[in-house]
Ligand binder design. Structure first.
Ligand code: 13P
Length: 253
């Protein structure tokens, strides 16, 4: 059985004090939950990673980074390597979040390189895929998701792909309050799993965790998680409020 996985992407929010407070509140709120049922991660801005790692230490709450660069070191001003993330205690890393694809301008190929080096560096990538509203309206959802998936996982063996979590985040649902319906989410999640089975094998596809993200709240988390192929949630805005995030974790557990 696939284990649920809830991650809170804090994006460019919090400060040195509130990041630690939020991390501690997530630890306290999720302390009683069965760890074998749900994995919990928080994903703060780079600069607060060490403090947040310390705040969650020995709690079972994992920490992830929002991005990574594909070189190990050198003259890449402003970038952060997989080794650096590992060094400060990160377990997960987001690759190809839609804000990096569509605001910062990352290409599919760049995202694929990041996934590969993240795994090589001992991190567990969360590969984000998802269509824009105009792509959905044009009936291109599956085409876009397939492209993100194939370029994101390019060149990886089945053994390595097993380290990856896929996050389906329809761009039109992010930060808009317009959540995909559970049926819309399930349709795309089932498509992703089918594609993974074609690209690798059915057993691996069955084991892989596929998160949904986009306006997840405490009051829609349960219904989304009830879908057969929705294994977890990647939460933005609602992960900044400890109480609401904990309710989302409870819904997923
Ligand atoms: P919201 O939950 O704020 O819509 O953000 C989703 C997201 O982008 C998580 O990575």
């Amino acid at each position: 059985m696939r284990k649920s996985f809830v991650a809170g992407n804090w994006k460019m929010n919090t400060d040195s004090r509130s990041s630690v407070e939020l991390a501690k509140a997530v630890v306290a709120g999720s302390a009683g939950l069965a760890r074998e049922k749900v994995t919990v991660a928080v994903i703060p801005p780079f600069v607060y990673l060490p403090a947040v790692v310390q705040a969650v230490s020995s709690s079972g709450v994992a920490v992830g980074a929002q991005d990574v660069y594909f070189e190990p070191k050198g003259a890449f001003t402003g970038e952060i390597s997989p080794g650096m993330l590992k060094d400060v205690g990160c377990t997960y890393v987001l690759c190809g979040h839609s804000e990096r694809r569509h605001v910062i301008g990352e290409s599919d190929e760049l995202v694929g390189k990041k996934v590969t080096v993240a795994i090589g560096g001992g991190l567990l990538p969360i590969l984000c895929v998802g269509e824009l509203l105009e792509e959905r309206d044009a009936g291109k959802t599956e085409q876009v998701v397939a492209r993100h998936l194939k370029t994101g996982l390019a060149g990886l063996s089945a053994e390595k792909v097993a380290a990856v979590t896929i996050a389906y985040e329809p761009v039109w649902a992010i930060g808009t309050g317009r959540t995909a319906t559970p049926q819309q989410a399930q349709e795309v999640h089932a498509f992703i799993r089918k594609l993974l089975a074609q690209m690798y094998d059915a057993n691996l596809a069955r084991e892989m965790c596929i998160q949904y993200g986009g306006s997840v709240k405490a009051d829609n988390a349960k219904e989304l998680m009830a879908q057969e192929d929705v294994d977890g949630l990647l939460v933005g805005g609602a992960s900044l409020k400890a109480e609401e995030f904990v309710r989302i974790i409870q819904a997923a557990a």
